[in-house]
Design a protein around this ligand. Structure first.
Ligand code: SDX
Length: 376
C-alpha cells in the first residue's frame, strides 16, 4: 500500500466484526457469552446449553434442550472412510494435523456441505460439534492400535468424550470438570483461530473449510498449542523445589513462558481463575497434587517477577493431565470446546457478510527496470 497508511502490527486493538456472542472486557478481566457471566455458565450450565446459547442466542428451556441433545446424540457417528483414513495416516501424525484432515473429510460426507444458509449452518454446527469429538478420540485410539469406542447415547457430550477416549465411564466429578472446561474454551471473540474462520467464511466458503482453517490456527503454541507446552514446562520442572531454579533460568534467558500473557486481558483472564480451582480439586482427587503445587508456585513467581498473568491455557494443563488426557490431545480438546464458538461465528459471519480483506504495507524494493533472464 503506497497511499498514507497506518500499520497496526498484529491487528492489536482493531475491531474486525460486530458480534452478539461474546463480551470480553479485557480491562476488568470479565467475560460473558450472550450476556451470561462465564463463571455462572461454567458452574451451572452444561456444554450443550452453552452451545445452544451460542447458536440460538438464548439459553434453551427444558423441551428445547431435550430436542437439541437428541440432535447432537443422533449426530454421534463418523463415516467409516474417516476411520480408514486414520488407519492410513503415519502413526506419528500430530493429532491436530489429523483433526484438520478429519474436518475436511467430514465436509466431503456432510449432506449440507455447500449450503451456507442459516438453517443448514445450524444443522452442520451440531453435526460437526458431535463429530469433532468422535474424530479426536477415534484417531487417538487408532494410532495406539486400538479400536474406536462406540459413543454412549446415555452420556452427555463431555462424559461421552472421556468415555470414547478411554473406554471407561468417567466419574461424575471428572465429567463435570471436563464439561466446564469445554464451556470455558467455547468462545472468545476475535482470537486468532476464530478470526481465521471468519476470514475463510467471508469469501463465501463453507463451514467445514472454515473450521479446518480454525484448527490450523489453533495448533500454534502462541494460541491453543500453549496448553500442551505448559504441561511440558511442568514436567520439565518436575518438583516444587525446582520452580525457583527454573524461573531464574527462564528470566535470565528471556524464555517465553507458555500459558502466561494475553493480547487483551490486562487484569487477569477470568477463565484461568476458574480453572485454577478446578485443577486444584482434580489434582487432589487423582493423587497428583504435585502438578497443581508446581503450577501455583510458578504462577506466583512469574507474576511477581514479570507482572504476567496466567491465561486460559495455564491451569487447564494440570487439570487435563489429572483427568488422564494425553498431553498431545490438550489442543484437540480445546478445539472440541472452541468448535461451538467457531461455528457460531461462522453462522454470524454468513448472516451478515462482507469480504475481509485488509491491506499490506509494502517494504520491498522501489520500482525498477525488468532484467531478462539471460542478463541476470
Ligand atoms: C490463547 O486471543 C485470544 O483470545 C486467545 C485465547 C482464546 O481463548 O482464544 O485466550 C487463547 O491463545 C491464550 C494464549 C496462549 N499462548 C501462550 O500462552 C503463549 C505465551 N504467551 C505469549 O507469547 C503472549 O503473551 C501472547 C501470544 C498470548 C500475546 O502476545 P502479544 O499480545 O503479541 O504480546 P507480545 O508477545 O508482543 O508481548 C508483549 C510483551 C513483550 O515484552 P516487551 O518486548 O514489550 O518488553 O510482554 C512480554 C513480551 O516479551 N511477554 C512475555 C510473555 N507474554 C508477553 N514474555 C515472556 N513470556 C510470555 N508468555
Amino acid at each position: 500500500m503506497s497511499e498514507g497508511s497506518s500499520l497496526i502490527r498484529g491487528l492489536e486493538g482493531v475491531v474486525a466484526a460486530e458480534t452478539r456472542l461474546c463480551d470480553l472486557d479485557g480491562k476488568n478481566g470479565r467475560l460473558a457469552y450472550g450476556g451470561y457471566d462465564i463463571e455462572d455458565l461454567a458452574r451451572q450450565a452444561t456444554f450443550e446449553e452453552v452451545a445452544y446459547l451460542l447458536w440460538h442466542g438464548e439459553l434453551p428451556g427444558k423441551p428445547q434442550l431435550d430436542r437439541f441433545v437428541s440432535e447432537l446424540i443422533s449426530a454421534r457417528s463418523i463415516p467409516r472412510e474417516l476411520i480408514e483414513a486414520f488407519r492410513l495416516m503415519p502413526r506419528s501424525t500430530d493429532p491436530m494435523r489429523a483433526l484438520q484432515a478429519a474436518v475436511a473429510i467430514l465436509g466431503m460426507h456432510d449432506p449440507d456441505t455447500t449450503d451456507n444458509s442459516h438453517d443448514a449452518n445450524r444443522r452442520k454446527a451440531a453435526r460437526v460439534a458431535s463429530q469433532l469429538a468422535i474424530a479426536i478420540c477415534a484417531h487417538h485410539r487408532v494410532r495406539g492400535g486400538q479400536e474406536p469406542v462406540t459413543p454412549a447415547a446415555d452420556l452427555g457430550h463431555a462424559a461421552n468424550f472421556l468415555y470414547m477416549l478411554t473406554g471407561v465411564r468417567p466419574s461424575a466429578t471428572a465429567a463435570k470438570a471436563f464439561d466446564a472446561s469445554l464451556t470455558l474454551y467455547a468462545e472468545h471473540e476475535m482470537n486468532a483461530s476464530t478470526f481465521t474462520t471468519r476470514v475463510i467464511t467471508s469469501t463465501q466458503s463453507d463451514m467445514h473449510s472454515a473450521v479446518a482453517g480454525g484448527v490450523g490456527a489453533l495448533k500454534g503454541p502462541l494460541h491453543g498449542g500453549a496448553g500442551e507446552a505448559v504441561m511440558h514446562t511442568l514436567l520439565e520442572i518436575g518438583e516444587v523445589a525446582s520452580v525457583e531454579r527454573f524461573t531464574e533460568d527462564a528470566l535470565r534467558t528471556k524464555r517465553r513462558l507458555m500459558g502466561f500473557g494475553h493480547r487483551v486481558y490486562r487484569a487477569g483472564d477470568p477463565r484461568a481463575a476458574i480453572l485454577r480451582g478446578m485443577a486444584e480439586e482434580a489434582c487432589r482427587q487423582s493423587g497428583q497434587f504435585k502438578w497443581f503445587q508446581i503450577s501455583v508456585t510458578l504462577h506466583e513467581r512469574i507474576s511477581a517477577a514479570k507482572g504476567l498473568i496466567p491465561n486460559v491455557d495455564f491451569y487447564s494443563a494440570p487439570l487435563f493431565y489429572s483427568l488422564g488426557i494425553p498431553v498431545d490431545l490438550f489442543t484437540p480438546v480445546i478445539a472440541a470446546g472452541r468448535i461451538a464458538g467457531w461455528t457460531a461465528n461462522i453462522i454470524e459471519q454468513h448472516d451478515d457478510n462482507r469480504l475481509i480483506r485488509p491491506r499490506g504495507e509494502y517494504t520491498g524494493a522501489g520500482r525498477r527496470a525488468f532484467v531478462p533472464l539471460a542478463r541476470r
